[in-house]
Design a protein around this ligand. Structure first.
Ligand code: GAR
Length: 216
């Protein structure tokens, strides 16, 4: 935490970085109590890196080398993240599975956003999986990361109706609009101490939880 009790947040992102941008905008607008201290990517070409550079934020790239095992790569990533002494690590479209040592080092302090109503459709291309399954509603989930893929405790969810004619891309686009609201709200709730993560997620006041889940 910095002097004002604001959590230091390292963001991990692999792609476009629209969730990072939404988080940064909310921080700048005073709507999210967090200090974004670094953005780290596993992909050199991630647009998220450019967005972070534009903000003057420190960045790092830790690609998984061909043939490198996950634990070795994860250790290198852990080192890069630790250098920024974060209170919270936010996975904003980070598409690699973290090794156990990383997850354990930041136990109950890693938050992920996923484009489905978990536990439905974990893993890759969740919106495409939802379309293939023929569900009528989907949405997004913000959850804590544990040692498995998309199974950690759920912090918040928001629902989207599947429209006739939707494909994975159109559904994903509408889900992302909700992600851009929900993720900053959850980080803000953590930053303000309304949502306590340790030893298990707990809302200080039920009213705050209700407000978080109000339709954006
Ligand atoms: C987001 O929709 C996020 O939910 C998803 O990647 C997208 C990243 O978009 N994450 C996962 O699927 C993780 N399993 P962005 O780069 O524009 O924020």
């Amino acid at each position: 935490m910095n002097g004002a009790g604001t959590p230091r947040v390292v963001v991990l992102a692999s792609g476009r970085g629209s969730n990072f941008a939404a988080l940064a905008e909310a921080v700048d607008a005073g709507e999210c109590r967090a200090e974004l201290v670094a953005l780290i990517s596993d992909r050199r070409k991630a647009e998220a890196l450019e967005r972070a550079h534009a903000r003057g934020m420190p960045t790092a790239i830790v690609p998984k080398a061909k043939g490198e095992d996950r634990d070795a790569w994860s250790e290198r990533l852990l080192e890069a993240v630790r250098a920024h002494e974060p209170d919270l690590v936010v996975l904003a479209g980070f598409m690699k599975v973290l090794g156990a040592s990383f997850v354990d080092a930041f136990a109950r302090r890693i938050v992920n956003v996923h484009p489905s109503l978990l536990p439905a459709f974990p893993g890759l291309d969740a919106p495409g999986q939802a379309i293939a399954a023929g569900v009528r509603v989907s949405g997004c989930t913000v959850h804590l990361v544990d040692r498995h893929v998309d199974t950690g405790p759920i912090l918040a969810q928001a629902v989207v109706a599947v429209a006739p004619g939707d494909d994975g891309a159109t559904l994903h686009e509408r889900i992302q609009r909700l992600e851009h609201v929900l993720l900053p709200r959850v980080v803000n709730a953590i930053g303000r101490g309304a949502l306590v993560l340790d030893p298990a997620p707990r809302w200080e006041r039920e009213g705050e939880r209700a407000a978080l889940l109000e339709a954006p």
